[in-house]
Design a protein around this ligand. Structure first.
Ligand code: ZN
Ligand code: ZN
Ligand code: ZN
Length: 254
């Protein structure tokens, strides 16, 4: 393996820092593997030049996703399904970033700043419970709600996010098209910039969604983008009212 600088002409813009030739891709791979695919470093590195950005999109974010969620990635790739190169970055961000929302954006007047999340559980069971009954053969991974408690009048909010396997051929997409659901007029997916469908508006959110998320009935709202990313919001019930808490309490007493 050649670790020295490889001299070949940069095909990027004049402002690209790699005008003097590129370091070998293999060397970069090793450096980032050593940093355990640190997402902040990958993000910083992609700002340096177009060439670095290309590698980050094609290689580094992909390795990041596989390292952080190996089983989920394996499932997302099984049965002939795959994630296209350009979407690894979006998926990497989705794994570790709760986007919150801005006032006047996707969720009305609610304003919650986005933030990185140290650890998130994504589950297929949760995905099923937020899909219409006719679409439950679709595979959707959804995160546990990220809790933003005591948001004034809004109460306790839970943001969730997720990704479809093979969204292009999913039943949900077919149903959205059949229903002639409209895209959000101005907002786009915060992960990949694609247009978004509002599932609440399309009347496609089942009651099982609020039960599964421990949220108030009819408080669940979510969007799906053209690349199959989802982002949603719900109002969480106080912990003491939820079924989980009761179960836990019973166990605790035993
Ligand atoms: Zn360049
Ligand atoms: Zn959050
Ligand atoms: Zn998206």
């Amino acid at each position: 393996m050649v670790l020295v600088v490889k001299q070949y002409r940069c095909t990027h813009s004049a402002s690209c820092l790699c005008l003097k030739g590129h370091i070998s891709e293999d060397a970069l791979f090793l450096v980032f593997r050593h940093m355990n695919w640190n997402p902040r470093m990958i993000a910083l590195f992609s700002c340096v030049s177009k060439w670095f950005d290309d590698i980050a999109k094609r290689v580094l974010w992909k390795e990041f996703c596989h390292a952080r969620a190996p089983r989920m990635m394996q499932d997302l790739h099984s049965g002939g399904s795959h994630i296209v190169d350009g979407n690894w970055k979006a998926l990497g961000k989705l794994l570790i970033h709760c986007v919150g929302c801005t006032k006047g954006g996707l969720f009305g007047n609610i304003h919650v700043p986005g933030h990185f999340v140290f650890r998130t559980r994504f589950s297929r069971t949760c995905g099923k419970s937020i899909l219409p009954p006719q679409c439950r053969t679709d595979v959707l991974y959804v995160s546990d709600p990220c809790e933003h408690l005591d948001q004034g009048e809004e109460g306790d909010l839970g943001f969730f996010r997720g990704i479809f396997k093979s969204f292009a051929s999913s039943k949900v997409k077919k149903m959205l098209i059949e229903k002639q659901a409209k895209f959000h007029p101005k907002e786009v997916c915060p992960y990949c910039k694609a247009k978004l469908w509002n599932l609440l508006q399309a009347n496609m959110i089942p009651r099982s969604a609020s039960i599964r998320l421990d949220a108030y009935d009819d408080s669940v709202e979510y969007y799906i983008c053209l690349n199959g990313h989802i982002l949603g919001l719900c109002t969480l019930m106080p912990v003491s009212d939820s079924e989980d808490a009761k179960e836990y309490w019973v166990k605790d007493v035993e």
